[in-house]
Design a binder for this molecule. Structure first.
Ligand SMILES: Cc1cc2nc3c(=O)[nH]c(=O)nc-3n(C[C@H](O)[C@H](O)[C@H](O)COP(=O)(O)O)c2cc1C
Length: 208
């Protein structure tokens, strides 16, 4: 059983990283493996070449910035935790780059992320937490993931690295999310209830 976390911050050991460390302690204490990927500041955007979708390769043609490792890890994981700083009221650019490519390569077409357990967290100095949290939830919704929550929403406050640890309530929310995700991963492993069959999605471009 494994949960993969994606840290969309360009900052090493920043608030998002420190928040994820605390989440990881809860997840591993529950007997579930936890691995964090942080592509950093050199991650590149989707080029809209559609090669991944058209070929079903489950990989991005851009193979030089670690995103293919993230895509493969997400496909192999039982749960995915999206964690991003808030940048000007939305997800940080690094997270957007990863999400665009992950979703197109693995979450569309033959969706490999369907029914994986999902959770979201954002870190921020002051405002834009709800918008960013909703943005992350929306990405998982689009991939038919099973979204797990904590309480009082996944936004943890801090500006300079480490300040996030002073947001005791936010950190408690983050730790609870880790416990809930680990629990849901185990519930799904142990359930005897079969998952509903998937339906191919009719693609409509709304041209008319
Ligand atoms: C370009 C940029 C834009 C930011 N925009 C916001 C914002 O809109 N709202 C906010 O509360 N904090 C904003 N921040 C602050 C970060 O969200 C905050 O410092 C966060 O903890 C950074 O996470 P990290 O340490 O993991 O990188 C911004 C920071 C940067 C660098």
């Amino acid at each position: 059983m494994k949960i993969v976390a994606i840290n969309g911050s360009p900052r090493k050991n920043g608030n998002t990283a420190q928040c994820l460390e605390a989440v990881g302690r809860e997840v591993t204490a529950a007997g579930v493996e936890f691995q964090v990927f942080q592509p950093g500041p050199d991650v590149r955007p989707c080029m809209a070449c559609y090669h991944c979708l058209n070929t079903g390769s489950l990989r991005c043609v851009r193979d030089d910035d670690g995103v293919n490792d993230i895509i493969a890890a997400c496909i192999g994981a039982d749960g995915i935790l999206l964690a991003s700083p808030v940048y000007h009221g939305g997800v940080a650019g690094g997270m957007k780059c990863v999400l665009d490519r992950l979703m197109l390569a693995a979450g569309c077409g033959d969706n490999q992320l369907r029914h994986k357990v999902g959770g979201a967290l954002c870190t921020l100095r002051r405002s834009g937490g709800m918008e960013t949290y909703q943005q992350l939830l929306g990405a998982m919704d689009a991939m038919e993931m099973l979204i797990v929550t904590s309480d009082y929403w996944g936004a943890v406050h801090g500006a300079d690295p480490g300040e996030v640890l002073g947001d005791e309530e936010g950190m408690a929310v983050a730790r609870k999310l880790g416990r809930n995700m680990a629990w849901m991963v185990k519930v799904l492993r142990d359930t005897a209830v079969p998952a509903p069959a998937g339906d191919p999605r009719p693609m409509m471009n709304f041209i008319r």
